[in-house]
Design a protein around this ligand. Sequence first.
Ligand code: F6R
Length: 612
Amino acid sequence: MCGIVGYIGKRQAQDILLPGLKRLEYRGYDSSGIAIILPEKNTISVRKSPGKIRCLERLIKSKPLSGGVGIAHTRWATHGAPTKANAHPHTDCNNEIALVHNGIIENYETIKEQLIREGHIFHSQTDTEVIVHLIEKFYKNIPLEEALRKALRLLIGSFAVGVISTKEPNKLVGARSGSPLILGIGEGENFLASDAPVVLDATKDFIFLDENEVAVLAKDSFKIMDFDGKTVFKDKVRINWDIAQAQKNGYPHFMLKEINEQPKIIENLLNARINKETKKINFEEQNIPEENLKNIKNIFIVACGTAYHAGIVGKYIFESLCSIPAQIDVSSEFRYRDLLIDSNTLVIAISQSGETADTLAGIREAKKRGAQVIAICNVLGSTLTRESDGIIYTHAGPEIGVASTKAYTAQLTALYLFAFYLAGIRSVLPSSKINKYLCELRKIPKQMEAVLKEQGVIAKLSRKHANLGSFLYLGRNINYPSALEGALKLKEISYIPAEGYAAGEMKHGPIALIDEYRAVVCIAPWSKVYEKMISNIQEIRSRKGKIIAIASHNDKEIKELTGEVIYIPKTDEIFSPLLVVLPLQLIAYHIATKRACDVDQPRNLAKSVTVE
Ligand code: F6R
């Protein structure tokens, strides 16, 4: 979704804002722009362009902007096409104020009509432009932040904004309500950004704005207030992510780099969470008392997209390891249901970004009903983590590729660990059994490495199928969500229609699709449903479907049924989703690159879906 970066300080703002915009690219965008206060003339200069940041970069190179205060934006169109006029920043009638916005203003039409009646001139079709004209209306003998607060009070919707004005040229103002915004605190310079990696090379100290807060930045100071103007004191948070983690490190794409990071991330997670001597599992920010967790009667998991697929695996795990009934919903459904949950329900919200609008709305509904909420999240200080009762960080590092890969396996690992922790405190599994499982889980990083060593073979096989018209992914039991995830990865980045199905459902419809033009990816590692998958494979074979099987090492039976087998090491079936997903990610990646698709920034997709 849209991204914001703002700068005030000793350096040339364009030198911070342009690289910042490039680091926001991963969120998905279709146009970009920048506004800087030119100190010599005390005017605002704006450059905007549809398309990639490099178009904007070219514009700025030909006419550089000199000044130390500015704002910039990547736009993901909601209201109005991705044109130059609709790109942000937007300015007021006198070109004295410039503003960037992430979110949606739901009541913009009525406000716009009123402002037009009052004589304001609009230049775009965006909802955003009303904000800058509202500020203009109120900005009479009061500070910019006060005019902004007055404007924001009239808005319905979600927003994070950054504003500058020539009337107060040494000030950068930001505000949030519903969309993320953080402050980066440097020496002799301060930053506004949608997320931390944007300015991580300049500072590691951040302040996370909460709902309905306004920040006023100067180059050597900052202050924060609520929408009523009351000062709010907040602590800085140090983020120790390395900027190298947010770069490609020699890989052609972030996605491939992130796929290859998975063994290390899982190993680090296991090392950090499992005490080597006592074998006790610890979650430092999991603040829900053990006593409460002992007494919960059911679990409800909420998440979107890939995180939702991790959640389905979670459902199987909690029911099988902890003997607790577990349900799962996509957040956009959960939030509007008549939820039968109460204080005996534990809601687990899974989100890489911690900013997904539907997931946030879901946990707010859950909390209203008294449920306790645990967030499984990757982004430190994100809204989800601040609104949940307990947090389990996945510590996967910044995920830049729009298609989620390493966040998924980190989410799965967090779910396994939490299930063992819960099974232990509820005394439903003996510790000897838990330790046996943990031993098996500890083997996963090495086993992942073994799968990744076969990348060449997987790439060759995948490219061979890159021209097929559609794909079906089949899995059963705990690998049913793996089928959904495999299909999602492929459709997201290669645009090939792909469906994931529970293999048992094949006869209830999808079998009609099978012919020699369609590939069927059959997920069939060793498990209690292995024989059932073999039957599926037989049925597909007799209808001439092209089968790609994912099977456990040394499975000769499958090899006889289909020549195209990707092998994964043997593990307890409960952990197999962690291994199975690697070939699925690689298949999607290699098919997409063969089709020359933009794998890191697929069309129409945004990394962080901050609006409904
Ligand atoms: C898929 C993908 C999306 C996200 C979904 C939820 O590859 O990345 O489906 O999983 O938008 O995002 P988070 O996890 O940030 O809540």
